[in-house]
Structure formats: structure tokens, C-alpha cells
Design a protein around this ligand. Sequence first.
Ligand code: DGJ
Length: 724
Amino acid sequence: MPTLPSGPNAPVNASADSLFWRLDGGGCSLVLVAQSGALPRLVYFGESLPKDVDAASLASAVSLPLAHASVDNPVPASVFPMLSTGHGGPPAMRGHRGGTSFGHRFDLDAVEQSAQSLALRLRDAVIGLRVVLNVSLDASTGVCAWHTTLHNHADTPLQIDWLASASIELPVPFCEAEHFGGRWGQELQCRRTSLDNSPLLLESWRGRTGHQSYPGLVVGEAGFDSHGGQTLIAHMAWSGNHRVHLQRDDNGVPVMQFGVGYHPGECELAASALLETPVVYLAVGTGRDQARQRLHRYARCELLPAWTREPRAVHCNSWEALYFNHDLGALKTLIDAAAEAGAERFVLDDGWFHGRRNDSAGLGDWGVDPTVYPDGLHPVVDYARQRGLQFGLWFEPEMVNPDSDVMRLHPEWCLRLDGVETPLARQQLALDVSRSDVQAYLIESIASLVETYQIDYIKWDMNRDLVLPGDGQFAVAAQQPDAVRLMMQQLLARFPTLEIESCASGGGRLDWGMLGECGRVWLSDNLDPIDRMRMQCAATTFLPSEVLGSHVGHARAHLTGRRTTLSTRAIVALGGQFGFETDLRGLAATELAELGHYTSLYKTHRQWLAEAVHWSVVGLPAGMLAEGRVAVDGSQALYSVLATSATADAPAGVMRLAGLANDARYTVEVINASLDELAPYNRALPRWCLDGVTLNGSVLAMRGVQLPIMPAHCALLLHCKRVS
Ligand code: DGJ
């Protein structure tokens, strides 16, 4: 057994051939055990263990039998599984020195423990590598953060094909997983699968998080759901190529790994160099809700920019109202209507810069187009400010059109592989933003506009996959996400009050890797509330709802063609940072008034909503979607419910309101602008829908309120207020 530090760094417990480490916090415990000289295993991560639990007995209880037909001394998966020990499952690392040193054998060198964290130091003396597994457990939320550092001690470089940020052994009863993917406009479709012997592999090779495969998983015991069953949510904070791998090992133990996806030859660690992986966050709970509530609290306290704690402004975005038809007159009337409907920030989307009359030209030339804006953006900005609105501007910094001055001047700035033509996407190419000259150009271009127009907010878009992401010779895809964050950090250092939103053709970059700089994400370009409600429910698995940009779109959704009422669109938009992305100029006075009703509801409730506890509503019939947000102090709550189609039975089910304080009494009211929509379908409404009802939180959770007959696409908004 290697020598381990004594004193404050000593393991919590030790027996003849075992060492134990334990972290506690936020209602959770995490226990690692190293036995018989092997690397530590994660033997427990879940709800708090009793203080006096005997770690040796725990290790004994979960120790594995020895089977035939394997190496003589098999080593369980451990926190850093290695093929060299005879472990047959996926290894934590694949690396070599020009083809040699293809196998590695790490020993535990030392473990440093502080109140809330462990640094497990591993060493391979033969190949000259050191690994540190950094594991911490947040004292207030119980969220575990896990990442890996690799140090090449030798004097030759190491080529890395794979390095897991975290390799997590899951409790054996975990046999089901949910993963999320989709496409542009249909982000975060949830798929559920059983964990049998086939591996589950989620990958993105698109150079961004991507719409197709989200780097997050929900895993749990059979039948886990929102409120029941041991559940764990895992997510890697990384906005580039990724691999998420989940497979049962030879002992039937499910092992989950997250890591950066490297192109061939992309990751070479020079002699003496360090490689730091992205962080994987893990949260447990009884059911999905408890686990995601932990993640939300952690994101709010530890990750998100401070401005996300302030009241989030109501946006009016020009995109779906005007697209590329920028015209000062049209913009002014849109701003007028936006102000009337209660908007607080006007966002000028794509189409304002040099040569950008459609999406075939101009990208990369970040000067205001003088043919459309002869006086610069001043007339629009000034007008918005006169009407009391802040000003936001759209950028797509990482991209260029071949038909742009910047590309004519600097063709070498593009990501490429010499001799192979890069396919265009949306008629654009991607810049190599890891280059310092590209960064300097972009930062200066953006900064001078922010300064000139005192811009309050930037929508930072990114609209294509990185195909052939090289510097001419070598792949540099993994450098791009960090470079993007670096540019954002430099801008934020110069403009500390600037707000940045992460958008990538809608929801192509929704991961926690962006949350430190971007306190808002654009979930999808699909504004159809029926799809949007599904996406919002899925997104809150990982993201607190106040960071989800959520706009009221056109009556006939541009991406799906579906028609919905203004009330349904507004109720769904209230599930995030509320705003408008519709041609408000065409709204009748009654519609503007109706929209105003929901805008003022948002303004009334947004402050507590930004800290709210998210609850799912379970037990509704097929076709119904619902969610609830309860104030941290239990004083009030909002629940929304949507009929995505006509229901099988006439009444739309019983809505059980989870999350209220059991002993308190609440008055529940429907707060739609009007209930006229329901009248043709209900000869009589349930009485509480008209008069409200006051009941105990426990009764509302267990028995619930009877929903009326709801036509397809109808939404209701319920407000609960604690009665003093
Ligand atoms: C894609 C974004 O998701 C849209 O909201 C819009 O900003 C367009 N790009 C503009 O080109």
C-alpha cells in the first residue's frame, strides 16, 4: 500500500488493508474506499448516511465476488479504471507516446482531504504520469463536482485519445437512464432506456454541445420518476465535442463516464504539461425533482452571473417580426408596440451589420451597415431608450460568410484542413477563435459597439457545426469552447454590467460550460408553445427556469405552422425569462391588453421565481403537461398546465400540486386573463376555477384540484397564495 498522509489529511477510517474517505454536505454523503492496494472505489453517493456508519462494514457489504474466467486478481472498476489491471470495461484513459507506452498502471500516491473536497493523487512511475481526481461535495446543496487533472512528468509528449473527466460507478439497482437529444427546433427530446449489457453512447462531433446529444444523463432505479426512486442527474459542463458512455461492467455494475471527444491527434500533452478536464456535476435525490432542485440551487449560488439574481427584463426581439427587413420606420413602430406591451429591453437581431441583407453575406464584418443605418444604430438605440427600453444586439462572433471583407482579408483565420474543402453551413464558415489575432479582432469589434451604443445585452449566436475543425493541419476543436469563454470573460472585464445570452441555432449550446458567463440561454428557435412546454420541462432537468429565454411568438408558429391562442403562448413563456418575438405591430388593442396582463404577472412574480423550487406535476392523463414553481419560503406558487392534445376523458384530469408547505393553507386561483376559451367546452366549470379555493398544502398535494375540460392547446395558470 502506498504511503498516505497522516494528520488532517488522513482518511476517516482505516482497517488492516482498507482506507476510507467520506464527504458530507447538503443532505448527502459520498464514500470512497481503497482496498488491498487497489485504487479507491466510489462505494456510496446518496442521501446522508448516519454519522456512525462503519465504512469498513460498508466496504465489506459492497465488495464483489471473484468469478472464474477473468484475470487471477481482478480489480473492480475504481475511480480510474485501467485496462492494464485486467478490467474489461471502458478505461478512464487511453494514451500513448507515439504508439509506445500504450498501457498505464496508476497507484494511489496520496489523498488530500479538506472539509468538502478530496484530491486523489495517482501516479504511474513507469510512464511518468500523475493524475489528480478532484472530488468535492457542496456543503449546502450536496452537489458533487468531479474533474481530472493529468500531468505528464516525462520528457516526451503523450498523445491522449481519451481522458474521462469522471468515471462513476453507479449503485447496481440503477438500471434505467434518460438521455436527451433532438434536432434544430425540437431540442431536448427525452429518451428512456434500460441498462442492459449494451453500452449507451452519447456523442457530439459537431464542435459544439449540439442539438442531437446533450452531455447529461438521468439514471436511477427501476421505475424512477419525478417524485420517486433513487435518482442521479449527471452533467458535464462542456460546450464542445463530448462522449458520454454508460455500460455495465463484468460484475454488472453500471459505470458512467463523461469526457471531451478528441479528434485523431488532437490532444497531445507536451513534456511537463498539465491537462485539466471539464467538470462533471452530480446530484442525487428521491426522484428527478429532488436531484434537479439541488442542481438549480448550486447553479444559482455557484455558477450563474450575479445579474441573474436581479429581476430579469422583459425582452422584445426583432427576429421573427422583421427577419432581415431592417427599416427604421418598422423598428420604431415595433418598439412602440413593445413598450406598450410592457417590454423593458429591445433586442436588434441579425441583419444590422455590413452587407447583411440576407444570410449569404456580411458575417464577420461587425460594422453597422451604412446603407440601412446611415446614422449608425443611434436612431434605433435612442428611440428604444426614449421609450424606456434597454438595448441589446445580436452577434455571431465565431462565424464568417466567405462573402465578407474579413474573409477576403484573412482566409487563414478559418478552421480548415488543408487540401480538403470545408462544406458551408448556412453559407458560412467558422473562425479559429483559439488564434489570438482572431480573438483580438472580435473583442475589439464587439467592445467598440458596446461602448458606442452602451449596449446592455448581447445575444451570442453560433449557427453551424465545426466540420474539419483544424488549423490547416491539426484538429483544434477542443480549444474553441475555452476560447469563446475567454473572449466573453475579457468583454465582461471591460463591461461588468453587460449581459450575454448563449444561443446556437436555438438550443445548440445549453450546457453548464456556458453558464459562468451567460446567464441566459436561448432554448430553441421553435416558439410553438406546445413544443416549447415539453422542451422547458426537459431543460429544467439541468437548468433553472429563470435562465431560459422564453418568448411569446406568432399565433401561427413559424417553425411548426401550428396556431395557438395568445393566452397559451404567454402562459408557456412565463415558464422562463418572459419576452416577445412576434410582430406586435399587428396586434389588436384587446390582444395588447391581454399580453399586458401576462407581462405584468411576470413582473409581479419574477423576483421569487428566480429562486423558486421546481416541481413536476405527476399523474395527469396522456397529453397533459404541467409544472410548478414554489417560492423558497413556501409563501406562494405558480403552476401551469397545458393540453397538448384533446384528452381521452372529458375532464383534463386532477392536478396535484406538489411542493407546497404541508401544514399551511393556500388559496388557489386560475389567473388566466380570461376563461372564455373554456366556455364552449364546459357546460359548468369546476367551482374552484371561478371562485378559487382554500385548502391545506398537503391536501392540494395528495388530492389536488379537478381540471376543467380543456380543449387541445389550452393552458391554465394557477396561483397559490399562503393564507396567513
Ligand atoms: C439563430 C437564432 O437561434 C435565432 O434566434 C436568430 O438569432 C437567428 N440565428 C439569426 O440569424
